[in-house]
Design a protein around this ligand. Structure first.
Ligand SMILES: Cc1ncc(COP(=O)(O)O)c(C=O)c1O
Length: 290
């Protein structure tokens, strides 16, 4: 089925020219976005995704975002597309603007798209030769300025992989181009702290909460506790790794830099617990802070 598209309050044809060529999101990546999984016609964790959209918009200084309006768009594309839809993407930009990086005064452009994308069955990762700048003004923001991630995932694909794992400027493990990362080491499950520059992933947050609730030894690592070199231990089979994202859930690495890997026992339990809780609770209550 073709994508179902909603732009600024109206369902449109997937190929309609509904956005200005001067849209600042299009010209300079001045926008924010969310990607959600849809299950049986319902967007998973919609409330948390809308909160993060607000967080990203506020970090970008984008004003005029109405999340109730965005929620209506999500419901509209899923009502139209039905249960075949597996993914929903929300994009909000600052609207039409000047040709420079200076933002205009237009109302935001809001686009919601539902698609029936196939599930991502496994994660074959490589180590990226570039760094994530944890001191960037948009570190940890789900911004449409994702050019770095595009280049890094293309690098991964050229090596027969589908995800690249990135260190920050200190050489600490940070995240993937479209995922957070968990390490199983010494009987513990650890994920890099937000100070590493990683996105506050919705799946990461739920895996931490639901994993701890199930009694798994899962926690946020202290800054610097997870060096990028922990991936040498993963490659040697002395530790294990998984990525988390809305489209992958908790997915143990099947390969790193071309070497096949086994799934860690605790990560496998975390993955099972995540799926069990997610299927019982399609819109988990938001955390007190992101
Ligand atoms: C850079 C980055 N990190 C982490 C994630 C995982 O976030 P979530 O679990 O909210 O999908 C994503 C999602 O696309 C991402 O783009």
């Amino acid at each position: 089925m073709s994508d179902v598209v909603w732009v600024n309050g109206t369902l449109r044809g997937a190929e309609d020219h509904a956005i200005s060529p001067l849209d600042h999101g299009f010209t300079v990546g001045d926008g924010v976005f969310e990607t959600m999984e849809a299950v049986d016609g319902v967007a998973f964790a919609l409330t948390r995704h809308l909160l993060r959209l607000e967080y990203s918009a506020s970090r970008m200084g984008l004003t005029g975002l109405d999340t109730a309006h965005v929620r209506k768009g999500v419901l509209a594309v899923l009502a139209e597309g039905g249960e075949a839809m597996t993914r929903v993407r929300v994009t909000v930009s600052s609207g039409s603007g000047p040709h420079s990086s200076i933002r205009g005064n237009a109302a935001p452009t809001v686009v919601v798209v539902a698609a029936d994308s196939p599930p991502i069955k496994e994660c074959r990762a490589v180590r990226a030769p570039w760094k994530r700048n944890e001191r960037s003004p948009i570190a940890g923001v789900k911004s449409t300025s994702y050019g770095e991630n595009v280049v890094m995932v293309q690098f991964a694909r050229a090596k027969g992989a589908d995800e690249a794992l990135i260190a920050n400027t200190h050489g600490h493990l940070c995240e993937g181009t479209g995922s957070n990362v968990f390490i199983e080491r010494g009987g513990e499950l650890l994920t890099p702290p937000l100070a590493s520059g990683c996105l506050p992933g919705i799946t990461r947050g739920l895996a931490l909460e639901w994993g701890a609730h199930a009694g798994l030894p899962v926690r946020v690592a202290a800054p610097g506790e997870l060096e990028m070199a922990v991936l040498d231990e993963v490659a040697a089979g002395d530790a294990f790794a998984a990525v988390t994202s809305s489209t992958r859930h908790v997915q143990p690495l099947a390969a790193l830099d071309g070497k096949d890997l086994k799934a860690g026992p605790l990560l496998s339990r975390l993955a099972e617990e995540f799926d069990r809780r997610a299927s019982n609770d399609p819109d988990p209550a938001p955390p007190r802070d992101l």
